[in-house]
Design a protein around this ligand. Sequence first.
Ligand SMILES: NC(=O)c1ccc[n+]([C@@H]2O[C@H](COP(=O)([O-])OP(=O)(O)OC[C@H]3O[C@@H](n4cnc5c(N)ncnc54)[C@H](OP(=O)(O)O)[C@@H]3O)[C@@H](O)[C@H]2O)c1
Length: 239
Amino acid sequence: MTLRNKRIVIVGGSSGIGLATAQSALAAGAHVMIVSSRQASIDRALAVLNGPVTGHTIDVLDKKTVTAFFDDLGEIDHLVYTAGEPLTVTPIIGMDISAAQDFFQVRYFGALTTISAAAPHLHPGGSITLTSGSARTRPGAGWSLGASISGAVTSLTKALAIELTPIRVNCVEPGIIRSPLWDAMTETDRHQMYEQQGATLPAGRIGEVTDVAQAFLYAMTQTFTTGTSIPVDGGAPLV
Ligand SMILES: NC(=O)c1ccc[n+]([C@@H]2O[C@H](COP(=O)([O-])OP(=O)(O)OC[C@H]3O[C@@H](n4cnc5c(N)ncnc54)[C@H](OP(=O)(O)O)[C@@H]3O)[C@@H](O)[C@H]2O)c1
């Protein structure tokens, strides 16, 4: 399957992995709709995207607006979900449980809200691709939340691939990727983290958003792939 003239919604498409996926999908001839919660990030993204693309400012936690958006849109071919927030290392001892619950909101409950609203409008030959993370299989100390959220998304993927067939449902599991997700760190700390993490990986470097975008394009176009997770992690689980 090619993406030529396919209608693709990318929730989280204004930044990082979602933005790179939007760029790649446009280059492949798709019509792309990017969605995220802040108008400023939508405007920044539209300024760098070329081709048939529209931007929509929607908070995935606002079920009414999400539902109205998909109801207005008509049929779509593919849904990509990369919306997420930075997650800090959170040791279990002394964990703020209420903050821990909040971490599930955008990445997990936002995905549920979005899929619930979008699924009735997805073309039967189409697909949904979610975002998990390599913390699922190889969590570091303090990564219980990141591992749990990723595990929940990967399990959700499998359950929905059964429930929503013939729509295919997959997820991508990125390792550490250079993206604006880490912008809250100081430049020095961020650079150090990228260097140190990259040096431990068989790939010898951390990932780029374009590496992950390729996996999203594969998930959309490979019609024999469903209910699975696609790792893009530089070999992290091996070390
Ligand atoms: N980068 C990594 O190293 C890495 C590794 C493993 C997994 N991941 C996961 O991959 C996903 C994408 O990461 P990224 O690096 O591309 O992050 P990013 O550059 O920060 O992009 C996150 C996107 O989510 C949108 N978003 C946040 N809250 C939202 C909300 N309530 N409603 C709608 N959109 C919302 C943001 O736009 P607005 O601010 O405009 O809402 C932005 O477009 C995340 O789930 C992340 O946890 C990332």
